[in-house]
Each structure stands twice: as C-alpha cells, then as structure tokens.
Design a protein around this ligand. Structure first.
Ligand SMILES: O=C(O)[C@H](O)[C@@H](O)[C@H](O)[C@H](O)COP(=O)(O)O
Length: 256
C-alpha cells in the first residue's frame, strides 16, 4: 500500500540540504537493489537549490553516477543552452560536476533540436526515448526511482497547470501551449506518467506555496490542483519548509 509522508524543515536552506541527502541515499539504495537508479528532475528555484546541495555534499561520491539515468519531468521549449531551460539550470547546478554517463542523461528536446520549433513532435520524440529505455514488463516507461517536483503557487507540478488541457492528457509526454508560467511553450510528463514513479517527492518552500500545499493535501481535485493528483507507486513525500507547511502544520500536529 502506497504511503504519504510529510516532512517539514526549518527553512529553505535546511530543506535543500535534507532533500539532497535524501536523494543521495535513495540513489545509493536503488543501485544496491537494482544496479542502477533512475531520477526525474524538475525545474525551479527550490529544485536548483537541491541540486547545488547534492553537488556540495561529499556523500554524493557514494553514488555511482555512471549508473544513474537522468530524465526530466518538464522542460521549457527553448533553444539548447538557453539559460531558462531546466536542463541548462540542472547542468550548471549539478550535472556538469558529476561523472555521469552522457548516454544516460536524457534532456527533453530543445526548440532548435531535430524537430525544430514543434513541441508536439518534441513531446512524441521524448515519449519514444522513454519507451526505448522501458523496463521489462512495462511497454512505455523506464523505472523512475524518484521523481522530483516543485509546486507552483497555483498548484501546478512539472508543466501540468490547473484547468489546462494537459491536466487531462493520458499520453506519456505532452506539449504545453499557453503556460501561465513563462515561457508559454513547454513539454511535460503527464500525470499518469508521473504516477508510475516508485517515489514522487513534492518539494516546496516559502509562504507563497502554503495555499497550494494546503489545497493539495486537503484533497483538491487533480485538474484544479495538479499537485493533488500525483503520487508514487510506493511513496509520496511532501518535503516542505515551515512557511510552505503553514496551512497543513496544524493538521500534522493533530496526526501525531
Ligand atoms: O519548469 C518549471 O518551472 C518547473 O518545472 C516548475 O514546475 C517548478 O518546479 C515550479 O513552478 C516551482 O518552481 P519554484 O521552486 O521556483 O517555485
């Protein structure tokens, strides 16, 4: 039976450090169990702080990075190397400092990639890339040990925005046009794909996220609050700082 955990840390810096340590242990354990590990990265400020903390933690040397598969949960549909791409930011904050196997790092296509400025074709290409790495017994998707998500103030995760057509998508990867969070065109894993991950971690910091976190944990609808619609096959973790947990903290205390 899948479980949901909520862990509240003092402030954004402690949150980033704690999530970094948790990620390193998760990757080590996955490799001990299966020989490799699959992680799905996201974008945003909180995620970037986690990536920098992983880079700076000596324990990150305990991960065999050559046997880690790196995927993205979403991407801003921009030219390769654009500073606003989640890939660019993840490489600068962490990936370029790791001895990864480049063949096991799978960025979502750029707008100047093989399909040009066609986000639907880029989404289809990423779906093909995922299928080519599919785990035995699953036709379309590899094993995601941990899928990281930031949480938008409006409750979006990855690039699945509230009341947006993408919130209804069932294909593995979708293009997103008219994103309320710039840039307007993106590609994203869809909710059903996110929910195939062994663990889904929702990482949020700051007062401006407390309402979205509160709505998601109070059982908001997955279309109105996409963060309410994601869960890991084995575990879903809400990894928060005190400010982002403000609306749920009273309930947590009552749970103890
Ligand atoms: O492409 C993106 O922008 C991210 O994937 C997005 O889903 C992000 O994780 C949230 O908007 C939270 O961002 P912050 O952590 O910066 O608030």
């Amino acid at each position: 039976m899948a479980e949901t955990g909520v862990v509240v840390h003092a402030d954004p810096d402690v949150l980033a450090q704690a999530v970094a340590a948790r990620l390193i242990i998760k990757l080590i354990d996955a490799q001990a169990e299966r020989g490799s590990a699959g992680v799905v990265l996201t974008g945003g400020r909180v995620a970037a702080a986690v990536y920098r903390a992983v880079r700076d933690l000596p324990a990150s040397d305990a991960v065999d990075w050559s046997r880690v598969d790196v995927w993205w949960g979403d991407e801003r549909f921009l030219p390769a190397g654009d500073p606003d791409r989640n890939e660019t930011q993840a490489r600068a904050a962490l990936l370029d400092a790791l001895p990864l196997d480049p063949a096991r790092v799978h960025p979502m296509p750029a707008s100047d990639g093989p399909d040009g400025a066609d986000p639907e074709a880029a989404a289809a290409r990423y779906a093909d890339t995922l299928a080519a790495a599919a785990k035995p017994g699953h036709a379309a998707l590899p094993h995601f040990d941990v899928l990281m998500l930031g949480v938008g103030e409006d409750g979006h995760v990855a690039s699945v925005f509230p009341e947006h057509p993408v919130a209804y998508e069932t294909r593995p990867v979708s293009a997103v046009r008219g994103s309320p969070k710039p840039p307007p065109i993106r590609t994203t894993l869809t909710i059903p794909t996110i929910n195939t991950a062994e663990e889904v971690w929702l990482v949020a910091a700051g007062t401006d996220k407390s309402k979205a976190v509160g709505m998601a944990m109070a059982g908001g609808g997955p279309v109105q609050v996409p963060a309410a619609g994601v869960h890991g096959v084995e575990r879903t973790l809400w990894l928060l700082d005190r400010a982002a947990a403000a609306e749920v903290a009273p309930r947590l205390r009552s749970l103890r």
